[in-house]
Design a protein. Structure first.
Length: 208
């Protein structure tokens, strides 16, 4: 495997009954951690912005890293492993021009997919207090920019609205992102199994 997005898509393709399998994406932050993920038998990995921030800077995930620093990590990981990589793109690192550049850089570095979120810039880790999200129309525009800038990689649309506006708003955003063309969606931070199940049972059957 490698950074062919079709390989990643196939891992979660529905079977003949329409059911999808669970795909585990352990987080990694450098070539060694990615190698451990691969040797442990996992089929894909997640390049975590939070993990990179803690490993490189010893600081929390509060938007301190630049797009070039993350792209460099992806290059290092891709040089060592052939796993499909979902890469944390935060909010796209700025305005529409930055979002487009982020997508192009990450794709050239070897990303199979990127995850882009609807937080304000600079973002905060999804497990921290004090998060805020941009208006839905702005989030949709950010997503459209990412989709227009890609060649083949998958785009995972993440929403942090659950902690800010509640579960219903988060599900509405996820559905809106799918309508815009997102390949996968990610609702950050279900607070219990009931909310996790509700996320899983909604969103038009897309990977999530």
């Amino acid at each position: 495997m490698g950074n062919d997005p079709a390989q990643l898509r196939d891992l979660v393709a529905p079977d003949e009954t329409g059911a999808r399998r669970l795909l585990s994406l352990p987080g990694c932050w450098d070539g060694f951690s990615a190698l451990l993920v691969e040797q442990a038998g996992f089929e894909a990995a997640f390049v975590s912005g939070g993990a990179v921030s803690m490993a490189r800077l010893g600081r929390p995930d509060i938007g301190l890293l630049s797009v070039v620093e993350i792209a460099d990590v992806v290059l290092q990981i891709r040089d060592r492993v052939s796993l499909p990589l979902v890469v944390d793109a935060d909010t796209g690192f700025g305005d529409a021009g930055n979002v487009a550049r982020t997508v192009r850089l990450f794709e050239r570095a070897g990303a199979s997919a990127i995850q882009i979120e609807d937080q304000t810039f600079p973002k905060r880790c999804g497990h921290m207090a004090g998060r805020s999200v941009v208006p839905l129309e702005e989030a949709k525009a950010r997503l459209r920019t990412a989709l227009d800038a890609r060649n083949d990689l998958l785009v995972v649309a993440r929403t942090d609205a659950l902690a800010v506006e509640g579960l219903a708003a988060a599900l509405d955003r996820a559905e809106a992102f799918l309508e815009e063309g997102a390949d996968w969606i990610f609702v950050e931070g279900p607070r219990d199994m009931a909310e996790a199940k509700e996320v899983a049972q909604n969103s038009s059957g897309a990977p999530r």
